[in-house]
Design a protein around this ligand. Structure first.
Ligand code: ADP
Length: 655
């Protein structure tokens, strides 16, 4: 076995590979771009080397530089992860020439499967079922049109060198063919530098089912069950599961055999995935083979109990497969979702930003989280916008779905746009629950999966109001002012307070009355108790609500029943303070009585820190720091009656 390997990748997959290396006692060498200097994979590895600027082609794709780091660090092998150089035959070749083991298949297998058309020709010879179509070398447009007519519409034009859902065009009628061909070729030329295409029958409502294969150098080849990756947006996977809900044991065996035949036909070694497209009658056809570890490999690990990265390392080091086909386990059901920094509401546009808050469920035998980022890290525009993969396991598919919904409800992200709400709706959708998942599901159910902005229920605002008063109370308790005890607020009996919120176009006001034991909202008693940094246990009347509320600037993110709602707390005093010249003093917005002074004179405070509470028009109002600055001193005392416009606080903005 190797004693030191280099991981030519970043993000969650680099971290994933490092985890197995640790377990096996293999030292790890990370490479990173300047944009990733503080990244999690760099922090986890035993050694790390910078390989260039942020752009992938100047860093993670630099073959020479990566080989140089192998030599410098003494790494005996390279794990390429997925993407980047993982399916690059010249890289695999260069590793070989430099005496470094490429943890992947032989160069010839990568080459054979690299182009979709050549791969299909090979598969035809190996008698692997193919989608009816044309994958010849002759690219004459008239011939291609003729072939499309012969196959029958709709057809799919695919760039032979394509990948990642790019370079594909569906054509519904003969007169649309020429334009679609030209546009597909243009995209293929710019994206892959190769405009060869193939044509396939476009299957309606198909499933994407893929088989994990493994082969060793001794020629043993086995399949490790299937994965269903039909839940796709823009031909890209977002949810994967194993086993596939629609596949019988006989189909599993037939697909497994076809996949092993495909792998043998190209002299395969290591981990690979043979992707099939299956129609509603249960027929399946070869689409392509990915000659690397897949993003979704964890669902296979969960139902087999195997560590696929360990298998990759052992096979690359020359060991044989540890199991025969008959010994491959299949236990229970596993589902993975890809949590992306993207906005489903905006056509799944990627989002960038800092993960101001990032909380995930606690890992267990049922829940696994693979990620390359932590709270405080940045999602940059340079790389794939995946934040994490959340994987669950349970005995049945139904139980796994419930696990996933629970785990998604515990996944809280503030700072970048993300698809967690969308994923919850997708996994909870009746069609998904019933296993009726095909590649068109998301597009067809768009309106239910990505609902138009609707009015938020009153409860969300009540929760936000209680979170706001709880936060103020805690902040007051942290200051050492004698008035800071929350009870001081009720010195003159019950007080009423109106809190105003906005959410998009919607505005709402919540009136709270302070009572000796908590609050009254309308005539319902309410209580709020903090259980961790963001988690609150709230009771309103008979309702018990577990929620989390995270403040980020002016925004409040309310996490309730698996959905995240974003609101803004509109404090009239903060806003009044902002528009005025605040230098020197904050003044009383209306006549009233000072109830409590909340901060220590001389203290440095943050924007929004509560400074004092006054009672005016039977309501309690809190005066907040309008910006970061110094509380020089108070110009009033608790108990004072003040007129409107009277300076209350000597406040000095700035640090
Ligand atoms: P890529 O290499 O870009 O990922 P694939 O060939 O793997 O492209 O196809 C990606 C997705 O496109 C599939 O998962 C499936 O949803 C859809 N697709 C591909 N071929 C067909 C087909 N013949 N009919 C219907 N859908 C297809």
């Amino acid at each position: 076995m190797f004693t030191k390997i280099l991981i030519a990748n970043r993000g969650e997959i680099a971290c994933r590979v490092i985890a197995t290396c640790r377990k096996l006692g293999i030292r790890t060498v990370a490479v990173y771009s300047e944009a990733d200097a503080g990244a999690r994979h760099v922090r986890l590895a035993d050694e790390a080397y910078c390989v260039g600027p942020a752009a992938s082609r100047d860093s993670y794709l630099r073959v020479e530089r990566i080989l140089e780091v192998c030599k410098q660090s003494g790494a005996q092998a390279v794990h390429p992860g997925y993407g980047f150089l993982s399916e690059n035959e010249s890289f695999a070749q260069a590793c070989e020439e430099n005496g470094i083991v490429f943890i992947g298949p032989p160069v010839k297998s990568i080459r054979a499967m690299g182009l979709k058309s050549a791969a299909k020709a090979l598969m035809q010879q190996a008698k692997v079922p193919l989608v009816p179509g044309y994958h010849g070398a002759d690219q004459d447009p008239a011939l291609l049109q003729h072939e499309a007519d012969r196959i029958g519409y709709p057809v799919l034009i695919k760039a032979s060198a394509g990948g990642g859902g790019k370079g594909m065009r569906v054509v519904n009628a003969p007169n649309e063919f020429a334009a679609a061909l030209a546009s597909c070729q243009r995209e293929a030329r710019t994206s892959f530098g190769d405009d060869n295409v193939l044509i396939e029958k476009y299957l309606l409502q198909p499933r994407h089912i893929e088989i994990q294969v493994f082969a060793d150098k001794a020629g043993n080849t086995i399949s490790l069950n299937e994965r269903d990756c039909s839940a796709q947006r823009r031909h890209q996977k977002v949810v994967e599961e194993a086993p596939a809900p629609s596949v019988s044991a006989a189909q599993r065996a037939a697909m497994g055999k076809a996949a092993c035949d495909a792998a043998r036909a190209v002299g395969y070694v290591g981990a690979g995935t043979v992707e099939f497209i299956a129609d509603s009658q249960g027929n399946f056809y070869f689409m392509e083979m990915n000659t690397r570890l897949q993003v979704e490999h964890p669902v296979t690990e969960m139902i087999t109990g195997l560590d696929l990265v360990e298998w990759q390392l052992r096979i690359a080091a020359g060991e044989n497969l540890p199991l025969t086909q008959e010994q491959v386990p299949l236990n229970g059901h596993s589902i993975e979702v890809r949590i992306y920094a993207e906005e489903p509401e905006k056509g799944f546009l990627p989002s960038v930003g800092r993960l101001a808050y990032f909380q995930t469920p606690t890992p267990s035998a049922h829940v696994r989280l693979d990620t390359g980022v932590e709270q405080g890290d940045e999602i940059t525009p340079h790389y794939d916008p995946m934040i994490a993969k959340l994987i669950v396991w349970d005995r049945t598919r139904e139980a796994a779905i419930e696990r996933m919904l629970g785990a998604l409800a515990e996944t809280r992200i503030v700072g970048v746009g993300h698809n967690v709400n969308f994923l919850s709706r997708l996994v909870g959708h009746p069609a998904f629950r019933e296993g009726r998942v095909d590649t068109g599901l998301i597009e067809r159910e768009r309106a239910t999966l990505i609902p138009a902005v609707s009015e938020l229920p009153k409860e969300i605002f009540e929760v936000a109001a209680l979170a706001q008063v709880a936060a103020e109370r805690e902040q007051a308790a942290r200051s050492s002012s004698p008035w800071s005890i929350a009870d001081g607020w009720r010195i003159n009996g019950a007080q009423t307070r109106s809190l105003q919120f906005s959410a998009g176009e919607q505005t709402a006001t919540v009136s709270l009355r302070y009572t000796p034991t908590g609050y009254l909202i309308g005539d319902e008693p309410a209580r709020v108790q903090r259980t961790s940094d963001a988690d609150l246990r709230i009771t309103i009347g008979q309702r018990h609500i577990n929620t989390a509320v995270v403040k980020s600037g002016e925004q409040m993110h309310v996490f309730l029943r698996g959905q995240q709602h974003v609101l803004t707390y509109v404090d009239p005093l903060v806003h009044a303070g902002e528009s005025e010249e605040t230098q020197g003093g904050l003044t009383a917005p209306m006549p009233g009585k000072i109830i409590a002074l909340l901060a220590e004179p001389g203290a440095q405070v943050d924007k929004g820190a509560p400074l004092l509470v006054m009672e005016a028009m039977k309501m309690e109002l809190t005066v907040f720091a309008p910006s970061k600055g110094k509380l020089v001193g108070y110009l009033c005392n608790a108990g004072d009656q003040v007129k409107e416009g009277v300076p209350l606080v000597d406040f000095q903005p700035g640090t």
